[in-house]
Write a protein that binds this ligand. Structure first.
Ligand SMILES: NC(=O)c1ccc[n+]([C@@H]2O[C@H](COP(=O)([O-])OP(=O)(O)OC[C@H]3O[C@@H](n4cnc5c(N)ncnc54)[C@H](OP(=O)(O)O)[C@@H]3O)[C@@H](O)[C@H]2O)c1
Length: 288
């Protein structure tokens, strides 16, 4: 079997196109453009590529984006978040991951005002996500971008989810955990695997849908997958200057029926979800 390659760009393009009218209406009503503040406290090839992609995408749809380069110090980051939170011209705030060692992700999440929380990680937005019982309800909130991107990609490819077995590998708050919740409310039976999960290969062998988000380059082998599995690879790793996912793409293509490439799969959709979150936050503040 040779898998269908599920590219992210067509869906990302569609999502971005659907924002154009809303951004124009926001500009007419508010007299300004929606604005995203990107706090960058780490400098490495993956984060630099991440920031470049966000800036380009914002410019393409007419969102004003500003990068705030910061020292990797929690106090300074929290103080900047406070300033951005009080700035009426800022609609969304994100802090680029990985977080500096000195910054506690929970304190950062608590500092970001829910009304400007473009990644859905403030306790109010994150809690609201996990209180949802239907996908429509979840999708009307501010969701963690990559988790939502993974599920939207599955839905765009019309992959059946209800009644299927799904294994999410990686249980981070930003990605694996909310992705598992969204699959769960879409009626998949979900295993949320992590670094202490015994016999990971057997959990994968039983999975109709695999979401890889463990941050280990090419870790998941094609021979571990169920024949015909649908594989969403959210991993972004830099190996010898090249970006690769958490799944060994070459071997997985022989077993999977559908697989996302890295780069070009989950990443572009994640960016489109971020844009959509910023526009939604801007609209909500205007209406408040
Ligand atoms: N596509 C995108 O736009 C996007 C956005 C965000 C992140 N990412 C990428 O997604 C990946 C995960 O990011 P993250 O922020 O969720 O990472 P993270 O916070 O480091 O979490 C990694 C998770 O993977 C688990 N894990 C690590 N090694 C494992 C193993 N050998 N077997 C099973 N589970 C294992 C960890 O388990 P424990 O909990 O037991 O430690 C943890 O739950 C990274 O490659 C990151 O760059 C992509």
């Amino acid at each position: 079997m040779s898998a269908l390659i599920l590219e992210g760009r067509p869906l990302a393009q569609k999502m971005r196109a659907s924002l154009a009218g809303r951004i124009a209406a926001f500009k007419r009503s508010s007299g300004r453009t929606p604005a995203l503040a990107i706090i960058a406290a780490d400098d490495n090839p993956v984060t630099s590529a991440y920031i470049r992609a966000k800036l380009k995408a914002c410019a393409a749809v007419g969102i004003k984006a500003a990068v705030h380069a910061m020292p990797p110090v929690e106090g300074a980051i929290l103080s900047l978040i406070g300033t951005l939170g009080r700035d009426d011209a800022v609609d969304g705030i994100i802090l680029v991951r990985p977080f500096p060692n000195d910054a506690d992700p929970r304190r950062v999440a608590e500092a970001i005002p829910p009304a400007k929380d473009a990644e859905g990680m403030s306790p109010a937005n994150y809690g609201a996500t996990f209180l949802t019982k239907t996908y429509a309800e979840a999708a009307s909130g501010i969701l963690p971008c990559t988790a939502f991107a993974v599920i939207e990609l599955l839905r765009s490819a019309e992959v059946p989810i209800a009644g299927r077995t799904a294994t999410v590998v990686g249980r981070s708050n930003i990605l694996g955990k909310p992705a598992a919740h969204l699959l769960n409310i879409l009626d998949a039976t979900v295993t949320l695997a992590h670094s202490r999960t015994p016999r990971l290969e057997s959990r994968l062998a039983a999975a109709d849908i695999v979401v890889a988000c463990l941050g280990r380059p090419r870790f998941i082998r094609g021979s571990w997958l169920k024949q015909g599995a649908v594989v969403l690879d959210a991993g972004i790793n830099s190996v010898d200057g090249r970006i690769c996912g958490d799944v060994d793409f070459e071997s997985a293509c022989k077993t999977a029926s559908v697989i996302t490439p890295v780069p070009g799969g989950v990443g572009p959709v994640t960016t489109a979800v971020l844009l959509s979150n910023v526009v939604r936050l801007a609209e909500r503040r205007l209406a408040a």
